[in-house]
Ligand binder design. Structure first.
Ligand code: SF4
Length: 230
């Protein structure tokens, strides 16, 4: 497994941002301060996602949580993951990996014999294409790093949960996407190359506002683009 000395230039979230709109990636990397603040509804959704993520860890007890307190800590988290795997740690929460500077954190990594299974946790029922793109990047990074990857599961509630005071495995559905993700490797490579091309530009790519500004997630540069930033 490669070390973490390489500059981390793309993450899961910036990769997904690039797929949604290359201009959004460019602005995020070059004009981060121009982002719109999340609405109360968006913030509530982020908070719920974090809460469910932590509750889901309790379904796989005994793991080690290595998410850093700030993004600057990811290189150390990548090194820590590498050491934990070398020591055959059975369960890791937010295990971190990088390949060619593209990093991802795995919600829950679980040893299964000589393989490691990945669980990507979502807080609401219903599969969305963006979840699959997210898992496809994880699959690509881990396979390129020669991790003994077993299955990749999407773990999500079977029905909307009120309050999320606790979670039980019976409430959750684990859907195996491994085969589908294996067939997406070339798409991920093209997506990563496209992001790299965007980030070599001197100016933001010209993209007209449209459906992509709201889907799959509301873009946080809408005010900037409405003001006519080019
Ligand atoms: S507001 Fe729309 S056009 Fe502007 S960066 Fe976001 S997604 Fe792209």
């Amino acid at each position: 497994m490669a070390g973490s000395k390489q500059k981390l230039w793309l993450s899961k979230s910036t990769y997904l941002r690039s797929l949604q709109c290359p201009k959004a990636l460019y602005l995020y990397k070059n004009f981060y301060q121009f982002r719109d603040k999340p609405s109360a509804k968006q913030q509530a959704s982020f908070d719920r996602g974090h809460r469910v993520g932590r509750l889901a860890q309790l379904l796989f007890p005994g793991g080690i949580y290595i998410r850093p307190a700030s993004p600057r800590g990811w290189p150390k988290a990548i090194e820590a993951t590498s050491k934990l795997l070398a020591n055959k740690q059975e369960i890791i929460y937010e295990a971190a990996f990088q390949h060619d500077g593209v990093m991802c954190a795995v919600d829950i990594l679980v040893q299964n014999g000589s393989f490691y299974d990945v669980y990507e946790v979502k807080s609401s029922p219903g599969v969305r294409q963006v979840y699959i793109e997210d898992m496809a990047l994880q699959y690509w990074v881990l396979r390129r790093q020669k991790i003994q990857l077993g299955k990749v599961y999407l773990l999500l509630p079977k029905k909307p949960q009120d309050g999320f005071i606790d979670l039980h495995m019976d409430d959750m559905e684990a859907i195996d996407y491994t085969e589908q993700l294996a067939a997406m490797v070339l798409d991920v490579e093209e997506g990563v190359r496209a992001a790299a091309r965007t980030l070599t530009l001197d100016n933001a790519p010209e993209v007209a506002m449209g459906e992509q500004c709201l889907k799959p997630y509301p873009c946080d540069f809408q005010s900037t683009c409405k003001r006519g930033y080019r």
